[in-house]
Write a protein that binds this ligand. Structure first.
Ligand code: ADP
Length: 158
């Protein structure tokens, strides 16, 4: 019997970029199903409201039922447990990401020993892509479409 493997890909995704998309695509070579988990942080000011961020990710993966989207509050590990998910997927661009992700992995492994974190390297062309970069371009009235999934018109979400 084969067990379906599901991973949670948690993040702010404000907004979801081509870099995030590449991690989901690479993740689908390991996992059968990926839940893009949009962490709702009421303290943090955001470009897009959480529901809009979710709608955008759903549009990116329209027609691909291997990818679903969920909003959650609180700790990522607690959300995984509530859903019976035992894998966390994260992306790594550089040494700074590695350091951060490794620390998160160590904390999560102490707190949630049954959950395994898998980190995937980003394709070289997306190393400099970040949600923050996209937000800054948009704040200055620029065109960020180069860094966003190609079927997305960000103006419809702002
Ligand atoms: P967080 O606020 O939790 O860091 P983000 O939405 O910024 O959430 O990122 C979610 C995950 O995607 C993180 O693991 C982050 O390192 C990764 N990520 C962000 N941008 C890229 C990119 N260009 N290539 C690969 N991974 C990325």
């Amino acid at each position: 019997m084969t067990m379906e493997k599901t991973a949670l890909f948690p993040g702010s995704f404000d907004p979801f970029t081509l870099g995030h998309k590449a991690i989901v695509e690479r993740g689908l070579s390991i996992f059968d199903h990926i839940v893009v988990g949009i962490g709702v942080n009421t303290e943090k000011r955001s470009l897009l409201a959480p529901q809009k961020r979710a709608d955008l990710v759903r549009e990116v993966f329209t027609g691909d039922d291997r990818v679903t989207v969920a909003l959650y509050e609180g700790l990522t590990g607690d959300f995984c447990r509530s859903r019976g998910i035992r894998h966390i997927l994260r992306g790594i661009r550089n040494a700074a990401d590695f350091e951060y992700e490794h620390n998160m992995e160590m904390a999560n492994t102490r707190l949630y020993p049954e959950i395994t974190t898998t980190a995937i390297f980003t394709p070289a062309e997306y190393i400099s892509v970040s949600s923050r970069l996209v937000r800054e371009i948009l704040a200055m009235g620029g065109d960020a479409s180069l860094f966003l999934p190609h079927n997305i018109d960000i103006d419809t979400y702002l």
